[in-house]
Each structure stands twice: as structure tokens, then as C-alpha cells.
Ligand binder design. Structure first.
Ligand SMILES: [Zn+2]
Length: 328
């Protein structure tokens, strides 16, 4: 595994090149098993989203070509070309952290954290992210032909994948069954992959305090949840050390855990969701409350600067230099 930058990514490769394709192939060959296996396809789309996120900050391989190929491959399971994380997330969200200027702000149409806002956030956020993505592609076209080619390749592979997987399924099982299998193993999971990533962005910042040192993000600290999402539940340390590898997240989190408002360290993902979107409808005090200053309420007289978390550039070295920039 000398080609990996961190040996922990053996698990990333196991997910990407063994489990994710295996679950898909089994369902293509045995459509009768889709009834039982489709939730796995949805999970793997979400996992591919967290893997794309990790890869855009800290590439898996030492070799640039392998990194590009891997980024394109996981795009197929994630449900959208993974380069799009760079303009919307690395260069935008990490810089503004849910404040004015962040394309993914959680408070755009409401300051509440209720189920219908959480559900509709995806559509609003996706609309506002399309601007930075288009700008990024136009800039790459003007000044970075290699990056532009990479972007076009990702779109081509992704569209080719959507069409060809459907063609194979329709050929093997007929149009009706083929469409059903495709919707549950490729189309649906792809939408869910994107939806879930945006929703995680929402839950990790809503009612947090982006003006504070350590209360700018909400964490899910449970081990099982973080195993499934490659430690993406630990979000405070991610904003503070965007270039650090996901496998180091618990170590870093332990160092600042005591300095984070306890309300923002949530052990159980399922309990948080149930409490927030079911129970709080009946018992409002169980819902999340604004911690510290709101994102839309800047302190006067204090200049707070944030640094971009680094673009996917041509060399790993350049990428690391950008990523290791810390929040001021
Ligand atoms: Zn990030």
C-alpha cells in the first residue's frame, strides 16, 4: 500500500473498489435481492459523499493521476461529479463557515431548525451552489486546461454511468424491472448521496456560533456513526484543521472537546434527529437553541478572518499547503 498517503485509507479503498461495486453488481444480477439490499446502496452513496469530501481535502493517493481517477470513480456512487466540492465547500463554505457569503448558509429562508426546513434545505442550497460551480468551471477553462479536462471527464463519466447502468438493467430485465432496479441502486442513491451531504452541512452548522473559536460546528461523537461516515461527524476539528486526515479526527477532537459547548457534542445521531424533528414538535424545549452569536449577527468592531481550505490543484504539495491553513 505504498501508493497511499495514509494506511487508514485501505478501508476507503475497500469501500470504493469492493463493497460499493459488489452491492451494485449483486443487485443487477439478482433483481429479486433489491428488496433487501437497496438500503445498502443508499448508505454507500452517502459514504461516497463523505469519501469525496475527505479526498478533496486530503487526497488518498500520492499520485495525481490515481487521485483524479479515484475522484471520478467515487463520483459515480456519490451521485455528482466530486470536483464540485471544491468551489462550494473547500473555497466557499470553509472560508465563510455559515456566515454571509457562504453559498450553503443554513439561515437563508428561516432561522428555525424544524423538519420542513431541514428537508427543503437541499433544494435551496443546491440552487445557490450552482453559481460558484459555474464560475469555477469557467475559470478552469480560462486558466487551467488540465483541471478543466478533469471536470469535463467527471461529467462525461457520470452521465455515461447513469445511461449505461440503466441500459444494462433494461437489457437484462426489461424496461419496467430495469427502471425499478436502476431507481433503487443508482438513480435514487445518487440523489440521496447529494441530499445527505447537504443535510449534514445543515445539521452541523444550524444554531452554531461561527464567530467563536470552537462553537462554530456541531459534532456527532458516536463511534459507530463515525465508522460509517469516515469520521465526518467530528466537524469542529475539521474546520480547524481541514488538511488533517480523517483517521486523526478523534485524536484532534479529544484535545478541544472540553472547550466546545456540550450542546454541540452529540453522542447519538439517531437520537438527535428523533429529538429535533419528531419530539420537539410536541416538546419545543427539546429542539436545538442558538449557541452564542448567530451567523447573521456579526460582533461589532471585531475583524474575523477565515482562510480557504484549499482547492484541488495539480499537485498534492500545493493542495496540502492550502489545506493546512487554519481558521484565524
Ligand atoms: Zn470540509
Amino acid at each position: 500500500m505504498a501508493m497511499l498517503r495514509y494506511t487508514a485509507d485501505v478501508r476507503t479503498l475497500l469501500w470504493a473498489f469492493v463493497l460499493m461495486p459488489a452491492v451494485l453488481v449483486v443487485q443487477i444480477v439478482r433483481p429479486d435481492l433489491v428488496t433487501y439490499l437497496w438500503p445498502l446502496s443508499f448508505y454507500f452513496a452517502m459514504a461516497a459523499g463523505t469519501m469525496a469530501h475527505n479526498h478533496n481535502h486530503t487526497p488518498v493517493f500520492k499520485n495525481r493521476r490515481l487521485n483524479n481517477a479515484y475522484a471520478t470513480w467515487i463520483s459515480l456512487f456519490y451521485g455528482y461529479p466530486s470536483f464540485a466540492w471544491v468551489p462550494t465547500h473547500n473555497l466557499n463554505h470553509h472560508k465563510h463557515v455559515n456566515r454571509e457569503g457562504d453559498a450553503t448558509i443554513t439561515w437563508r429562508h428561516s432561522k428555525k431548525n424544524v423538519w420542513w426546513i431541514a428537508l427543503s434545505y437541499f433544494f435551496v442550497s443546491a440552487y445557490f451552489q450552482s453559481g460558484p460551480i459555474k464560475e469555477y468551471i469557467a475559470k478552469a477553462k480560462r486558466s487551467n486546461p488540465a483541471l478543466h479536462a478533469h471536470v469535463l471527464r467527471q461529467y462525461a463519466f457520470w452521465i455515461g454511468w447513469l445511461v449505461s447502468t440503466f441500459a444494462v438493467m433494461a437489457y437484462l430485465h426489461g424496461l419496467g424491472t430495469g427502471l425499478k432496479v436502476w431507481a433503487l441502486t443508482v438513480g435514487g442513491p445518487g440523489l440521496f448521496g447529494m441530499w445527505s451531504m447537504m443535510w449534514f452541512n445543515y445539521m452541523q452548522h444550524v444554531h452554531c456560533d461561527p464567530w467563536s473559536e470552537h462553537n462554530h460546528s456541531r459534532n456527532i461523537t458516536g463511534r459507530i456513526f463515525n465508522f460509517l461516515v469516515f469520521n465526518n461527524g467530528l466537524h469542529t476539528i475539521h474546520h480547524e484543521n481541514p488538511g488533517s486526515h480523517w483517521s486523526k479526527a478523534y485524536e484532534l477532537h479529544a484535545k478541544i472537546e472540553n472547550q466546545i459547548d456540550p450542546a454541540l457534542n452529540e453522542p447519538s445521531f439517531c437520537w438527535w434527529v428523533f429529538r429535533q424533528y419528531v419530539l420537539s414538535n410536541f416538546v419545543p424545549s427539546l429542539g436545538s437553541k442558538q449557541v452564542g452569536r448567530a451567523a447573521y449577527d456579526p460582533p461589532t468592531g471585531k475583524k474575523v478572518e477565515m482562510t480557504e481550505a484549499g482547492p484541488m490543484t495539480d499537485t498534492v504539495d500545493a493542495l496540502d499547503a492550502g489545506n493546512n491553513a487554519q481558521m484565524a
